[in-house]
Design a protein around this ligand. Structure first.
Ligand code: NAD
Length: 260
């Protein structure tokens, strides 16, 4: 049976919870060899075991230059190359009105949500992609970067800037046959999102289910993306099926934000 990623090697960061492990397992099923990286070693080991043969795990904090360099080196040593870099790791930071914003919260969010994507992209380009004249870099933004969300200036600023980063990288690396695109999820039905909605519901004296339903009804498709829905777009953008698509930011959000 042929897979859509046969012969490819991928790195997925932040691969211990939510979308990362789902994407890892999907990539392995499609024939890729995958390095799953995250800070919590036990969780990422579990994710690699669940993804099956072809997946390995490694502890890496992607805000650390040394960890990022070691992560890419490990993938090259284990699998010989890196074809796909998924800059999935992220953190929402602490909710603060802008007049309460604290520099530590701001800087930490920019470091994980933006700077880490630059470090990982830089490293795969240096260690594998430019030399091989091939590769795909995927950034993971959020529709919060289009619409804004109150008390999240740090997060929406970080996520919006990933779209500009994607365009500049795509411009630079196109000459080497390397593509860079940005996936822009709306809500994904993960623990991260559910905990956030639970907290908002508490603040508004609502049941979680009531607020969740209200939010879903706000979308044209009146639903929410699963991790598989988002991973499907990542799979397409990582594969050669999208070989002439670069520099694009593509929402996967049940129609909540419509571009064009
Ligand atoms: P998640 O929190 O479950 O996964 C992100 C992972 O990144 C976590 O496991 C976290 O521990 C890890 N991480 C944080 N800092 C790190 C660091 N310094 N080094 C390595 N790993 C680190 O989130 P998710 O719901 O799976 O989201 C996946 C992607 O989609 C993220 O980029 C997120 O911002 C984006 N997104 C999610 C939603 C949503 O509703 N869940 C909405 C829009 C965008």
């Amino acid at each position: 049976m042929t897979g859509r990623l046969d012969g490819k090697v991928a790195i997925i960061t932040g691969a211990s919870t939510g979308l990362g492990p789902v994407m890892g397992a999907m990539f392995v099923r499609e024939g890729a060899q995958v390095l799953l990286a995250a800070r919590r070693e036990e969780l990422v080991q579990e994710a690699a075991s669940a993804a099956g043969k072809g997946a390995i795990a490694m502890r890496a904090d992607v805000t650390s230059e040394d960890d990022v360099a070691a992560m890419v080196t490990r993938a090259v040593e284990a699998f010989g190359q890196v074809d796909i870099m998924c800059n999935n790791a992220a953190a929402p930071g602490i909710d603060k009105w802008v007049w309460e914003q604290e520099l530590d919260n701001w800087n930490a969010t920019i470091a994980i949500d933006v700077t880490a994507a630059m470090l990982c992209s830089r490293e795969v380009l240096r260690q594998s992609m430019i030399e091989r004249r091939s590769g795909v870099i995927l950034n993971f933004s959020s529709t919060a970067g289009y619409n804004g969300i109150v008390r999240k200036t740090h997060y929406v600023t970080a996520k919006a800037s990933l779209r500009a980063f994607t365009k500049a990288v795509a411009l630079e690396v196109g000459q080497f046959g390397i593509r860079c695109n940005c996936i822009v999820p709306g809500s994904i039905d993960t623990e991260l999102w559910q905990n956030w909605v639970r907290r908002l519901a508490g603040e508004q004296n609502l049941e979680y289910e009531t607020l969740r339903e209200r939010m879903l009804q706000g979308n044209p498709l009146r639903t929410i993306s699963s991790c598989e829905d988002v991973a499907n777009l990542a799979l397409f953008l990582a594969s050669d099926e999208s070989r002439t698509i670069t520099g694009q930011s593509i929402p996967v959000d049940a129609g909540g934000y419509m571009q064009g």
